[in-house]
Design a protein around this ligand. Structure first.
Ligand code: ASP
Ligand code: MG
Length: 402
């Protein structure tokens, strides 16, 4: 098999950790596989480099930032290659350029345009382990670029897609994706498999583990992703794959929690065509990410509008909403709410999934403010003080602890 492995910052955080990664690769080589490993910078390194630049100016020249930041990944790729060669495993490190990664010229947030895999293929043919510095490429004009924070995952997925690797294993300090956050529910279980779409919906569970952009790319390129830990490499991780590859589809795969939500209420709005269009266009133009929306008509013929936004967008949202103050009886903001979501591809073909969620919360006397559903998700807004209780009772209701 051809395996693409990616080691994040904590996995290569010290010289010992890099030695540990060399041992993981040695074992995989001994099992007869070919390996391309993508590495992040040592943890904290990228932040340190940003601080260096900011001692001169808060707005450093972008393409020089890329020259600077890309160096962190190059250091770890060379060190890992040195460590592997030292234990008798031929390896070669490659910068983004040498790995054939061409991007557009959006410095510090470049997008990969193409990958010429010739160099990597030749090195593999010569029996070498290829170590690629993650998070970087070059423009067509040969300027170094970086892919945005957390971008090494993207490098790994893009390479795995371009070279048609059998699997892309992402090593972090977490050993997979759990049915819910184990800090909230210690009975949470590690999932064996999960579909791309479920993973994207469960972003809050995977946030520490996988960058959303790279899950989207894996889906597009049909790359089998595995989330696993370099601290416990003997433990199998979680496979993130296409739905068709999951034979026995669980009804519900996981419960996600998002506390960074604010509910905005706009009450007593005159009910006429176009009002929602005007408000949500204004919010969109201000780049505010509106999530759940509910509109209800009151007895007086006026409309109440409720929606949620990320906490980080609150100030910007207030600015926009103030321009509509004349058109509503009142507008209020409640940030002591949270969103709990039940996610599972199995609910596409089953009934009664939503009612089970509502029953579970009712049993605990938790009031649901807003409900929204999609094919594979039921999201509920509840008071933040019930967040953990809601997660635990939903986890139990769907037997996720079994
Ligand atoms: N070193 C980069 C960062 O910290 C890229 C990565 O780790 O994926 O954002
Ligand atoms: Mg990272």
């Amino acid at each position: 098999m051809l395996k693409v492995l990616k080691f994040g910052g904590t996995s290569v955080g010290t010289l010992d950790r890099i030695q540990n990664v060399a041992q993981i690769i040695k074992k995989i080589k001994d099992e007869g596989h070919d390996v391309i490993a993508i590495v992040s910078a040592m943890s904290g390194e990228t932040n340190k480099l940003i601080e260096y630049a900011e001692t001169y100016t808060k707005v450093p020249v972008a393409h020089e930032m890329d020259m600077l930041l890309s160096s962190g990944e190059r250091v770890t790729s060379a060190l890992l290659s040195i460590a592997l060669n030292a234990i008798g495993y031929p390896a070669t490190s490659m910068s983004g350029r040498e790995a054939g990664i061409v991007t557009d010229a959006s410095f510090m947030k470049a997008r990969i345009q193409s990958i010429d895999t010739t160099n990597m293929k030749n090195a593999i043919k010569a029996g070498k382990v290829v170590i690629v510095a993650g998070f970087q490429g070059v423009t067509e004009q040969n300027r170094v670029t970086t892919l945005g924070r957390g971008g090494s995952d993207l490098t790994a997925v893009a390479i795995a897609g371009a070279i048609e690797a059998d699997v892309c294993e992402i090593y972090t300090d977490v050993d997979g994706i759990y049915t819910t956050d184990p800090r909230i529910e210690p009975k949470a279980k590690k999932l064996e498999k999960i579909s791309y779409d479920e993973m994207l919906e469960l972003a809050s569970l995977g946030a520490k583990v996988l960058q959303n952009r790279s899950v989207e790319m894996a889906k597009k390129l049909n790359v089998n992703l595995v989330s696993r830990s370099s601290f416990t490499p003997e433990v199998e991780g979680t496979l993130i794959t296409k739905e068709e590859n999951i034979m026995e589809k669980p009804l519900v795969s996981g419960i996600a929690l998002d506390k960074n939500q604010v509910r905005v209420g706009m009450y007593g709005v005159t009910d006429k065509p176009g009002i929602a269009a005007t408000i949500f266009t204004a919010l969109a133009n201000a780049n505010i990410n509106v999530d759940m929306i509910v509109q209800t008509v009151g007895v007086d013929g006026k409309t109440d509008l409720d929606f949620t936004i990320p906490t980080t967008d609150l100030e910007a949202c207030k600015t926009v909403m103030n321009t509509f103050a004349q058109q509503a009886r009142n507008i209020d903001y409640n940030d002591s709410i949270c969103k709990v979501s039940v996610v599972g591809v199995g609910m596409k073909s089953h009934t009664g999934v939503a009612s089970k969620a509502f029953t579970a919360l009712a049993k605990e006397n938790i009031n649901i403010r807003i409900i929204s559903t999609s094919e594979i998700k039921i999201s509920m807004i509840v008071e933040e003080k019930y967040a953990e209780l809601a997660v635990r009772s939903l986890h139990e209701a769907y037997d996720l602890d079994k």
